[in-house]
Design a protein around this ligand. Structure first.
Ligand code: ATP
Ligand code: MG
Length: 259
């Protein structure tokens, strides 16, 4: 079996993290035999919609239920809490034909429920070991780095749009990643909504920040119309400019090894 790959997608808000995650999943479906694990690690939980999947419960929902039951003292005493939470989390996993989807949702009361957070981290670790490839759609900004949700990834993709703030966020993600991550093998930059004219500027910025440039995605009218009508992005035509761009990005981030 091919080497396991865990890939996270992060960056400033609205830069196209969820869109890129969906397009990378489309590439995996069309080019490999793998069933990918896709994790929506953004509390806003947009990815299921973009993929056309409905979810009943998030991991946040079940950890909230567990916290409430701990407070009320209504948990069965015969089953260890950890095993119970683990079982509940596994039940939230949505199994589709070519991918499984886990939505993290919102988790509250960090700190006072260390045990819940520890179990969640461990479950994610365990779960990713069952898949050749995992895609993590992160929440906007930097918070995920301090929570270390993506501390163990092989490739971190940082998405930026052509804006100063986009690049600034990319720089801070890289700096913070180096501070708190020991295990990230590659940090890539992907430009979204870029044009050929802006490619030079993207290249120099990547170099200056110290990120490996994996490519850029143009503005794509198909993405807009799919977004407007709520059609799943996996059904976007193969010759759509954004998907064509992702076909060029995939080998640059090591996905070719899974073919
Ligand atoms: N290349 C593109 N061409 C056209 N529209 C795009 C492109 N990339 C993203 N969009 C649109 O821009 C909006 C934001 O994209 P997306 O949701 O992927 O960003 P995000 O980084 O995940 O946002 P958030 O930070 O809110 O999670 C969406 O409506 C999406 O359809
Ligand atoms: Mg998103």
């Amino acid at each position: 079996m091919a080497r396991k790959l865990v890939i996270s997608v992060s960056g400033k808000g609205g830069t196209g993290k969820t869109t890129l995650t969906a397009l990378l999943l489309k590439w995996l479906i069309l080019n490999t035999d793998e069933v990918a694990l896709v994790v929506d690690a953004d509390p806003a939980t947009n990815l299921p919609d973009v993929l056309g999947v409905s979810i009943e419960k998030t991991v946040g929902d079940v950890s909230k239920e567990m916290k409430e039951q701990i407070e009320k003292g209504t948990l069965p005493v015969t089953v260890p809490k950890q095993d119970l939470l683990e079982a509940w989390v596994f039940q939230t996993l949505v199994e589709e034909d070519r991918f499984d989807l886990l939505a993290m949702g919102r988790s509250e009361g960090e700190g006072c429920y260390c045990f819940v957070n520890n179990v969640l981290t461990r479950i994610l670790d365990t779960l990713t070991k069952n898949y050749t490839v995992t895609l993590l759609d992160m929440e906007a900004g930097l918070e995920h780095l301090s929570r270390r949700t993506d501390r163990d990834v092989d490739a971190m993709i940082v998405v930026t749009d052509p804006s100063k703030m986009g690049f600034e966020t990319a720089r801070r993600i890289k700096e913070l990643a180096e501070e708190v991550h020991i295990d990230v093998r590659h940090i890539y930059l992907v430009g979204n909504r870029f044009t050929e004219q802006l490619e030079g500027a993207l290249k120099s910025a990547a170099e200056e920040i110290g990120l490996e440039l994996a490519g850029y995605i143009p503005v794509d009218p198909n993405i807009m119309s799919f977004n407007m009508t709520g059609k799943p992005l996996l059904e976007i035509p193969d010759d759509s400019p954004a998907y064509r761009a992702v076909e060029r990005i995939a080998p640059k981030i090591g996905l070719d090894a899974l073919r």
